[in-house]
Write a protein that binds this ligand. Sequence first.
Ligand SMILES: [Fe+2]
Ligand SMILES: [Fe+2]
Length: 215
Amino acid sequence: MSQQRHYSPLDQVLIQADAALRTLLPFTGHTTRPSPAKLKDETLLSDQESRHVAGLMRINHTGEVCAQGLYQGQALTARLPHVRQAMEHAADEEIDHLAWCEQRIRELGSRPSLLNPIFYGLSFGIGATAGLISDRVSLGFVAATEDQVCKHLDHHLSQIPVTDEKSRAILEQMRVDEAQHSTTALNAGGLRFPAPVKMGMSLLSKVMTFSTYRI
Ligand SMILES: [Fe+2]
Ligand SMILES: [Fe+2]
């Protein structure tokens, strides 16, 4: 089904603005699945534990903001004739992740990062630029980003107290989804980036994690 609507430049601007606002304003994304945390009981965490988990969930939330920026930028410039639907499905799942993380951060008594607009803009630029270069580069970026996210999730899962079943349930489902997104992008022809590019990306992600854990 490759039914493609044609949008005017003004439509495009409005669609992008709508997506950006839905990403950056609290509780505005439409989720397709309920949060996995719903099925788990709340646990009593110490103040220190709560702050630490909230910091980790804030990093994950900003990661999802970046994913939104990347996918929206890609949707604007990449052609993706055969995989557009699959990539849109992945972008929908990212909206679920975004909402689940935000809800959990609030439950832990904190708030998402104030730096999110900056990271959204950066990721949007990367997604749009990669899409302009080629679909293979664009999909390669998605795959490399998702691999990076999986590493973060594994690291965070090893740090979150075992008693915090709500946070863990969210991250575990995200881990499954992100690995699938990476596979989808690679199967669709995404480039496997060489080590130096991946190192550059992980450096950027270190800046993101260091700053959003705190701000
Ligand atoms: Fe995600
Ligand atoms: Fe993903």
